[in-house]
Design a protein around this ligand. Structure first.
Ligand SMILES: [Mg+2]
Length: 394
């Protein structure tokens, strides 16, 4: 690793991600203007296919305006379940190259391939390989920027869109950056952009040439220094890999020790569903279910069982956790705490893509997630949880 390549950072960004997934789901949309979001009159555009962009439609544009620009576009409601599944697959492809992957959205990530060179070749070759594999495995094209820093890699992938690759060599950074508009830089929003334009600063090159003292009077010293550095391509932020969680758990300490078997099982049921909802939200399935029980005398017991197939379904988790509770030695013990933990997590990637087409229980619980999201947690729950609480305490 002593000869770390001078341009080790990759920014990988899926092209028109939501719209592209909708085309995968319904091939009849291929080649047509597709707009995700914008249902009703007050919505905004969340994603637009390149065919829709040709009409001037852009993300975050009010739907009303998009409909005026292209009345014949297909307006599709968002399907985050599906986007998440494709995103998981995308991240798996990236992690097959290096563990140093920092996802920054469902459809984009930074990679540090400085240490992957020995295995997979030079960064540009790695970028080409990723583009091929993402297209094959995810079914969506991506654009990649290869550069010495995160900032330049991100700007390069944006410039490479759609379906392209740009490698900015270390000594080519000023030539690449200078012609870009200032608002291409992070931290330059509408207000700062307008202040800079009044000063005659329109491009990144203009900004790089403006004395820092002038910028300080205009923007304050912190912003001035940051922008001045970014304009010269100085950005030494490292790629911070996202570590997948090892487990997901919920536990409940009771106000009063519980000994009623029905009440205890209702607790386990509720905890199982909370754990399952978190698994689905984070895009994982669990191989192993762990039940934790603390007795009134503070002894803690844990029991676990591994499932034949990984799951993110509350009913499956409860089936095991409830069994584990019933199998604890000594009847009619008093408990002060119960916990349900899911471990042996696997990303719900390709597997989940298949699952989206079937499996009844999962579908039911996903529908419950959506109701919970709309009306608040606990609006929808299995009937057993609605029974009189008895001695259940919170
Ligand atoms: Mg994108």
């Amino acid at each position: 690793m002593t000869n770390r390549p001078p341009e080790p950072i990759l920014h990988v960004d899926l092209d028109a991600f939501y719209a592209s997934v909708e085309v995968l789901k319904d091939p009849a949309l291929a080649g047509k203007p597709v707009v995700v979001g914008g249902a009703g009159t007050r919505g905004v555009v969340m994603s637009a296919s390149y065919e829709a962009r040709a009409y001037g439609i852009r993300s975050a544009m009010p739907a009303v305006r998009a409909r005026r620009l292209c009345p014949d576009a297909a307006f599709v409601p968002p399907d985050f379940e599906s986007y998440k599944a494709h995103s998981n697959r995308f991240r798996e492809v990236l992690r097959s190259v290096t563990p140093l992957v920092e996802p920054i959205a469902l459809d984009e990530a930074f990679l540090d391939v400085g240490g992957a060179g020995l295995l997979f070749g030079e960064p540009e070759g790695i970028a080409r390989r990723i583009r091929e594999e993402v297209a094959r495995e995810v079914g969506v094209t991506c654009s990649v920027g290869v550069a010495p820093s995160k900032l330049v890699a991100k700007l390069a992938s944006t410039r490479a869109k759609p379906d392209g690759l740009i490698h900015v060599q270390a000594d080519g950074v000023p030539a690449f950056m200078e012609p870009l508009p200032v608002d291409a830089l992070w931290g330059v929003g509408e207000v700062t952009g307008e202040l800079l334009r009044r000063l005659g600063v329109r491009t990144v090159g203009d900004l790089a040439r403006t004395p820092e003292g002038v910028l300080e009077r205009l923007l304050g010293d912190v912003t001035a220094r940051t922008l001045s550095e970014l304009a010269r391509g100085i950005d030494d932020r490292p790629v911070v890999p996202y570590e997948a969680p090892k487990s997901i758990s919920h536990e409940e300490t009771f106000g009063r020790d519980l000994d009623d078997q029905g009440a205890l099982l209702r607790e386990v049921l509720s905890l199982s569903h909370k754990v399952a909802a978190r698994l689905r939200e984070d895009g994982y399935r669990a191989r192993t279910v762990v039940l934790k029980a603390r007795l009134a005398n503070f002894t803690t017991l844990t029991r676990s069982r591994t499932l034949p197939d990984p799951t993110d379904v509350g009913a499956d988790i409860f089936h095991v956790a409830g069994d584990l509770l019933r199998s604890l030695p000594g009847a009619r013990r008093r408990f002060r705490l119960l916990g349900v933990q899911a471990t042996g997590l696997v990303p719900a990637g390709a597997e989940q893509l298949a699952l989206l087409r079937g499996e009844r229980w999962s579908d039911v619980e996903r529908a419950l997630d959506r109701i919970d999201r709309r009306f608040g947690t606990g609006s929808a729950m299995p009937a057993a949880l609605l029974k009189p609480r008895g001695r259940r305490s919170r």
